[in-house]
Design a protein around this ligand. Structure first.
Ligand SMILES: [Zn+2]
Ligand SMILES: [Zn+2]
Length: 241
């Protein structure tokens, strides 16, 4: 699922049972599955505090956000000595069931911004960007019971759109690609994987021209728009316009 110019495949959207209420597998099982499948790395993006979190909401802020960092730290430790990059992210719910995948942030960012999950998307976006982070809207047109479909995407606050989500219906993905075409935002592709046996592994992700060893390196490549995405079993350009 890569080519000569874009040899490094990364998962952009993955959950664990440590922090996501719907997550089934541990960070070790997830990292192992992607590593075995030939991925160069992955980003953990557990549901944040307004979403389907497995982190108790009544814990103090520091304890909660430290818990969000644990899957990343554990898998990173596991990956030592293996040629595999483990990166930190979150899937932040900003209300109405709408979610943004957030890259290029770290524990320090979360510690410094107590209750950031309660901010409107405009404010959240400003803080993430001040930190050097990157936002891709998760499954922008997913139509499910828990999502308020009357609230549309707000592309002015985003850097990208998840134009391919392995667990979306084709029509939902098609609409996301259409919005990418209209807005000029690049696309990302994610498995939205919650269990290590999921078919999203090997059928989603982004192919990079070089390694992304840190969140900053990942953001740099995403911003350059010089990468490919796995879309319906094919590798295509991230740019739709
Ligand atoms: Zn989930
Ligand atoms: Zn997800």
């Amino acid at each position: 699922m890569t080519d000569e110019k874009y040899p490094y495949l990364y998962e952009t959207h993955c959950h664990t049972c440590w922090c996501s209420g719907c997550g089934v597998s541990t960070p070790y099982e997830m990292a192992g599955a992607y590593y075995e499948a030939g991925y160069a790395g992955m980003v953990f993006t557990d549901h944040f505090l307004l979403g389907n979190t497995a982190v108790p909401r009544d814990w103090p802020w520091d304890r909660k956000v430290k818990r969000y960092y644990e899957p990343y730290l554990a898998a990173k430790e596991w990956a030592k000595g293996r040629d595999f990059d483990v990166l930190f992210g979150i899937e932040h719910n900003y209300g109405h069931g709408k979610e943004v995948l957030t890259y290029g942030i770290d524990l320090e960012f979360l510690l410094r911004n107590p209750d950031i999950h309660l901010l409107p998307l405009s404010e959240y976006s400003r803080l993430v960007h001040e930190w050097g982070g990157f936002l891709s809207m998760a499954h922008p047109f997913r139509d499910r019971d828990y999502i308020d479909m009357s609230v549309g995407p707000e592309p002015q606050y985003l850097d990208a759109l998840e134009v391919y989500n392995y667990h979306n219906y084709p029509e939902e993905n098609r609409q996301a690609a259409e919005l990418a075409r209209e807005t000029g935002l690049p696309g990302t592709s994610g498995g939205d994987v919650h269990i290590y046996t999921d078919g999203g592994i090997n059928n989603s992700g982004i192919a990079l021209p070089r390694r992304a060893r840190t969140g900053d390196e990942l953001v740099e490549i995403l911003r350059s728009r010089d990468y490919r995405i796995v879309y319906d079993g094919r590798l295509i350009d991230c740019n739709f316009s």
